[in-house]
Design a protein around this ligand. Structure first.
Ligand code: PLP
Length: 358
């Protein structure tokens, strides 16, 4: 595989911002695209200046949502180099999502080469501001111009890079969440464990409802019994009972988060007990009120760890840890972000250091 690179004309290049990124609104000077056709397979990728592309509005993905994506980040280290975090896990998940959505998979090394080459070109866009990072968004869409069938034999893979602030503008402070007991995110046998746009579109209505009611996010329950806790918004969810960290098991409806898996691993390493167990919402509300649940947090690439201070369910409120960030949550957050940003030695081999040289 050869990656063709067309660098931006320096006169057209955008100045690199150093603060005030928000989340997912600003994009770097370059993007990578790679076409696939049923007859020829994957073509060589191309890197070119970031910008709009001409396309027909009949693209199958626009109508039938055959689309997958990934989300990972690059972190500026104290020594000036850049860390990618568990990037192989995102690449593997991308291929699992591709299989589930009946799309072509990509050789893992080639996918990594695409990310690293683009990253090296726009390396200067990785912010140095505390808690900021460069979000990496590999995506694939069905790109055949047809509304006559749900999928064609043409696909477009692309990667965008976006400097971002922490996901929650409120920072590392507990959020209040609404436990949704009417609408559901995913059902067993569906696509809940694939990272595909439809899952997010399906969650917008309930999320708006929760925000209108004064909450920050939705906690999803299982679709069959509306009883077992699954995820929170676009993040996995964990509860702390003393020195035990508990999260729901991966049963096909939950996205297997890279951050979730890292927290389970790190938690064990730091001496906590770790369990993957079904969590009944009624037991959970009772355990929070009785003080048995000492902390709660959500975890995912965008926010890394988001402490949860309050749950609203069927008109009842339950406050966790007096709406304060708990010790275990803070410990995990400091350790995990320490490894991601290269402030703490990476004893797990999770980071890949890149130096901006192509
Ligand atoms: C639905 C959903 N659950 C969980 C996660 C957390 O996954 P990760 O830790 O890999 O970012 C995400 C974010 O990618 C998500 O969209």
């Amino acid at each position: 595989m050869r990656i063709d690179i067309q660098k931006i004309d320096p006169a057209q290049a955008k100045p690199i911002p150093t603060e005030g990124f928000g989340f997912g609104k600003i994009f770097t000077n370059h993007m990578l695209t790679r076409h696939y056709s049923g007859a020829d397979g994957w073509m060589n990728p191309q890197i070119e200046p970031y910008g709009p592309i001409p396309m027909e509005l009949s693209l199958a993905s626009l109508h039938y949502a055959q689309e997958i994506f990934e989300g990972t980040k690059a972190y500026r280290r104290p020594d000036g180099a850049v860390n990618l975090f568990r990037i192989q896990e995102n690449i593997k998940r991308f291929n699992r999502s591709a299989e589930r959505l009946a799309m072509p998979t990509m050789d893992e090394e080639e996918h990594l080469d695409c990310i690293v080459t683009l990253m090296n070109l726009d390396e200067a866009w990785v912010p140095a501001a505390p808690k900021s990072s460069l979000y990496i968004r590999p995506t694939m869409i069905s790109s055949e111009a047809t509304i006559g069938k749900m999928s064609g034999s043409e696909f477009l893979f692309f990667i965008l890079l976006s400097p971002v602030d922490p996901y929650f503008a409120t920072g590392f402070k507990p959020i209040s969440v609404f436990v949704e007991d009417e609408f559901v995110r995913a059902v067993r046998g569906g696509v809940g464990d694939a990272k595909t746009g439809g899952n997010y579109a399906a969650s917008v209505f309930a999320t708006k409802k929760a925000i209108k009611a004064g909450y920050k996010q939705v906690v999803w329950l299982d679709a069959i019994e509306r009883r077992y806790v699954e995820e929170m918004g676009g993040m996995n969810i964990c509860f702390v009972y003393g020195d035990q960290i508990v999260t729901p098991p991966l049963n096909g409806t939950i996205l297997p988060g890279v951050t979730r898996e890292s927290i389970l691993h790190l938690g064990r390493d730091l001496g906590y007990q770790v369990a993957e167990e079904m969590i009944d919402i009624n037991d959970l509300m009772a355990d929070i009120k009785a003080g048995k649940v000492t902390e709660a947090f959500a975890c995912g690439t965008a926010a890394v760890i988001a402490p949860i201070g309050q749950f609203g369910y069927k008109g009842e409120q339950a406050v966790v840890n007096d709406n304060q960030v708990g010790q275990v949550t803070k410990h995990l957050y400091d350790e995990l972000t320490g490894i991601q940003y290269g402030r703490i030695a990476d004893r797990f081999g999770w980071t890949l250091k890149i130096d901006g040289v192509n």
